[in-house]
Design a protein around this ligand. Structure first.
Ligand SMILES: [Zn+2]
Length: 129
């Protein structure tokens, strides 16, 4: 469980924090307020070290696979990757957000996806002409 930025209690579940964004915030089980991990932390400098370590660990797995010819070493890669993501996430701060703000973000996200879908459809149509 992670600390809630509203009530300071450990009310945010691990999965909630793992999946949350400004469009789908995590709800605190203690006070019911919403919070999320800002995208600047998801892709920014703060998360660079665990990110780098996970990639290095995966590169090491592939290297050991080639050296030892043991296929089971490759199974370690996704496990190391996930544990790296969890370690990264656990260190990130949560930001408070209101229900209204999250609805605005969700609408924006939907328009973004719709725009992307239209671009893909137009691209396919133009390509087939
Ligand atoms: Zn709370």
């Amino acid at each position: 469980m992670f600390q809630c930025p509203h009530c300071k209690a450990k009310g945010i579940g691990v999965w909630a924090k793992f999946w949350c964004g400004s469009d789908m915030p995590a709800r605190c089980s203690n006070c019911g307020e919403l919070s999320y991990v800002h995208s600047k932390y998801r892709f920014g400098f703060q998360s660079a070290w665990p990110f780098l370590v996970s990639w290095l660990a995966i590169a090491l797995c592939v290297y050991i696979f080639f050296v030892s010819n043991n296929i089971y070493v490759l199974l370690l890669a996704p496990i190391l990757w996930l544990s790296g993501r969890f370690g990264e996430l656990a260190s990130l701060p949560m930001q408070p957000i209101t229900e209204q703000e999250s609805v605005v973000n969700r609408k924006f996200g939907n328009w973004f996806i719709l725009g992307l879908a239209i671009l893909v459809i137009v691209g396919i149509t133009v390509g087939n002409l």
